[in-house]
Design a protein around this ligand. Structure first.
Ligand SMILES: NC(=O)c1ccc[n+]([C@@H]2O[C@H](COP(=O)([O-])OP(=O)(O)OC[C@H]3O[C@@H](n4cnc5c(N)ncnc54)[C@H](OP(=O)(O)O)[C@@H]3O)[C@@H](O)[C@H]2O)c1
Length: 256
């Protein structure tokens, strides 16, 4: 199969590309460095020619680009797919809890899901929890010697390679009639902020920091404290454990 991976050069995209190649598929990355810009739609039609499926991982963490890339770019991709005689299956990576979370990036991810739902094309949404690298970065947040967190927040991070493999399997598997959701993915371990910060501190050779856990003031911190980003009972749990992932990382953790 010819499978286009938007953002195939990104952290997750590279995992998807590798998983597709190992399944024997022809995986093609589409992003700005290959001439495809989701902000404008430039290069999109040519990149989709002959595609059997599209795994959509390209995104931005720049808040001023959420509207144009996360939402507008996903809509432009969906419209380009819908204009084809034989629209390929679009598999979109999203985040657990985006439909109930006020954080601006999560709201944009949910709006992007809805933009795909509104088009009559085969779509599968796969939501995952935070990748191990992001969880480690959050756990390592400090001001000087003081570790920062949100009181009551827990996190259940997931192995990016497992998510990449699942996206590749979805892309090469059965095509839904229209809009579908795959079971959410989460890793095996749930941590509170103190526990995961302690693991990260030990790995980096620092002493466990004194903690400043902010009270959950405001809707966004409250949603984190209330566990909106945690998987529900129907989520699929698997992939490498956080501690095993951490043990494979250099002492100075790469920035996510
Ligand atoms: N990090 C997490 O914990 C987590 C958890 C669940 C889901 N996710 C989702 O996983 C996805 C991938 O995250 P990631 O960490 O792998 O991201 P990443 O490493 O930052 O990669 C982003 C990719 O998007 C491309 N891109 C950025 N702007 C673009 C534009 N205007 N047009 C076309 N391509 C563009 C980049 O390539 P160019 O620079 O070449 O354009 C790059 O390949 C995101 O959708 C994110 O929401 C992340």
């Amino acid at each position: 199969m010819r499978i286009v991976v938007t953002g195939g050069s990104g952290n997750l995209g590279r995992e998807v590309m590798a998983a597709l190649a190992s399944l024997g598929h022809d995986a093609v990355s589409a992003s700005r460095r290959t001439g495809v810009d989701l902000r404008t739609g430039a290069g999109l039609p040519a990149s989709l020619a002959g595609a059997d499926a599209v795994v959509h991982t390209a995104d931005t963490l720049k808040p001023w680009e959420f509207r144009e890339v996360t939402i507008g770019g996903t809509r432009r991709l969906g419209e380009a797919v819908a204009s084809l005689d034989r629209p390929p299956h679009v598999i979109y990576i999203s985040i657990v809890g985006v439909d109930h979370h006020p954080y601006a990036y999560y709201r944009a991810k949910y709006a992007a899901e809805m933009a795909l739902r509104d088009l009559s094309i085969p779509v599968t949404i796969l939501r995952a929890t935070q990748f191990h690298s992001l969880a480690a970065a959050l756990a390592g947040m400090r001001i000087g010697p003081v570790g920062l967190g949100v009181r009551g927040m827990a996190i259940q991070p997931v192995d990016i390679a497992w998510v990449g493999r699942r996206l590749a399997e979805l892309a090469s598997g059965p095509v839904p009639g229209s809009f579908a959701r795959a079971p959410d993915l989460a890793g095996p371990d749930r941590f509170d902020a103190r526990e995961i910060a302690g693991l990260v501190a030990r790995h980096t050779g620092k002493s466990a920091p004194r903690r400043l856990d902010l009270p959950p003031i405001g809707a966004t911190l409250r949603a984190f404290a209330e566990g909106v980003v945690l998987p529900g009972p129907n989520a699929e749990v698997g992939g490498a454990r956080f501690a095993d992932w951490l043990a494979r990382q250099p002492r100075v953790l790469p920035r996510r």
